[in-house]
Ligand binder design. Sequence first.
Ligand SMILES: CC(C)C[C@H](NC(=O)[C@@H](N)CC(C)C)C(=O)O
Length: 723
Amino acid sequence: MPAEDLRDKNMEETKRKKKKKRFSYYGMRAVLVLYFRYFLLWDSDLSTSIYHAFVALCYLTPILGAIIADSWLGKFKTIIYLSIVYAVGQVIMAVSTIHDITDTDRDGSPDNLTLHIALSMLGLFLIALGTGGIKPCVAAFGGDQFQEHQSRQLNTFFSVFYLCINAGSLLSTLITPVLRGARSLSTLPEPPPPHRAPETFSTQQCGIHTQQQCYPLAFGVPAALMVVSLVVFIAGSGMYVKTDPEGNIMWSVCKCIGFAIKNRFRHRSKLYPKREHWMDWADEKYDKLLIAQIKMVLKVLFLYIPLPMFWTLFDQKGSRWTLQATTMSGDFGGFILQPDQMQTVNPILILTLVPIMDRLVFPLIQKCGLNFRYRMTRLKETMLRKQILEPLIVREHPLKRMTVGMLFAAAAFVCAAVVQVEIDKTLPDFPSSSQSQLKVVNMYGGSLGVRFSSGEPLTIHSYEASLSCSSQSSVDYLTFDQQEITVSLTTDPVITNPLRLIRGSRQTLVIPAEPERMYLEEDINSKPKEGKNAVRRAFTLSNGHQSCEFSRKFGFGSSYTFLVPADVFSSECESVKEVEDMEPNSVHMALQIPQYFLMTSGEVLFSVTGLQFSYSQAPKNMKSVLQAGWLCTNAVGNIIVLIVAELGKLPKQWAEYVLFASLLVAVSIIFSIMAYFYTYIDPAEIEAQILKEQHLDTEDEKKEKKKEETLEMQDKEVKQTKI
Ligand SMILES: CC(C)C[C@H](NC(=O)[C@@H](N)CC(C)C)C(=O)O
């Protein structure tokens, strides 16, 4: 097979593996939080924390994978072994979600949750180890398939590689929730019983003996795909270029750095001449080549310091932006888009933007760059004479692209802030943590005067019985600064009752047909999440057995109370009254598209270029290590999100978006200054140069030695002749 074809085939194999692996990873991620929340029955906070801890672990384990690959097993074997670890993890995870394994009483819920938790934690740990460990190796291994002169093809590879990641994640984000059995929200679930805060529902069930969510399928299919991808990858084994590891390189690197620091410290007196670089203090003991390689890696790692800030903004797509979408309307006419599905805009845009950038935008910029270079050639002589041309060429584009990518991400957050301001205009005024809010619902049957201990008397009219939406009523909440209040009703005789309100909460005071039996109900204190609706029933005195059926389309994120009078008969369903507690979301989710567009353009400029840059600037025995370093910037970015979200709680969400945008602009300025002083290198050339020098040195040494030996011989001969 011709070399070109072989390389293309290798590239195809690596990409196919990448696509299935990403399907598998993102597919599982898509249902993980729901599994924690609804299967393991953890609360939202614990579910979110464990989820983020898992994601952070997935971006920290690349270091381990890279060390194993570069120092011990080589990339090919590392990918295979860690893929097995990954697949085993997924199988364990899938098994842990089968409720039937512990459901001895077959009531539809697992009877030994501890076993399920233990299995899923073990599964997740193996998955994090596998997925993280493979990640830097797959990118570097793909890069290894190209020769030095193929830098253009190498760049294309990284773009296609990124395309595959996103194609896989797009498919999985769409398919895995279907496998789990999520259903459309158009079907209304059974409302919760009375005297309970309204809840939101969205699930469908499946199972062998008992009905449950189809988690085993949702986790099992990605596991099966992972096994298929592993088989495909191994099948192509004969076609790959495999570079062997050069011993425990990371240990040598650590020892060398340690020695350089110690040696520098020992020779801190001014009497010792300065050395060009602090790593040169390792010269006495370590190989020139190793020192040069460490210098290359350190230079790039230093440049990475400001980069986590980009990911801090980027990864808020999955948190803040999704929460923002829950307060927007996803009604696209023909279909309803769920807030978390809005995230699929990112991979969709990647699939369109990467080819456009690669084939159109970058070549165009290149063309402008060519013109620029042409004009420079006129200056070439002078510049060469002054020795300033080289650094100028060298400071060319990858880092500039990344800086522009950061600015795009900052612009995306400004867009998010503008959208937030629009949303805020439509959001209800929720109580602060020291306030309580109360709404009165009158089901008494006539108009009522209501007076609270503090405040003006209110007249609340009885609701007319009606089914039609036109008579829908909406009542404003009253805000109280105190918790203990008294309510008086202008009935005959006057009824007075003490009320204890909940701080930071919304409640409804329901006045039934027998007003002395008035009661408080807890309302929801935020917009229904995930774009759902909240519906509840309020009874005066339930006669229980009548059934009134009617259909009604609820707006996105709205909340309603249905008032059912005591004397309702099936023929009089009209007396059921609907109260709108919260208006439907009115700002459309499509308004998020500009921020997604800017963020994804930024991602292409920043992330794809960063991948290429990390590969091209790494010495050949530390390619995976630098890929891992690059992925680490993502892990740190995620940790910053957690810290900032905890510490810097700004009262207004839009202000937080502006704060993040400003921080990223500041960081991108710092990065551009660092990039200006970064000299782009060709590691292979430097390595070859040093090897050549070392070879010459040894040749010279040999010659020198030979000369000395000949001289010694001659001396001996002379002495002997004299004797
Ligand atoms: C390079 C990685 C840190 C991030 C990369 N993410 C993406 O490509 C996203 N556009 C995917 C999306 C579904 C979040 C990855 O390798 O996952």
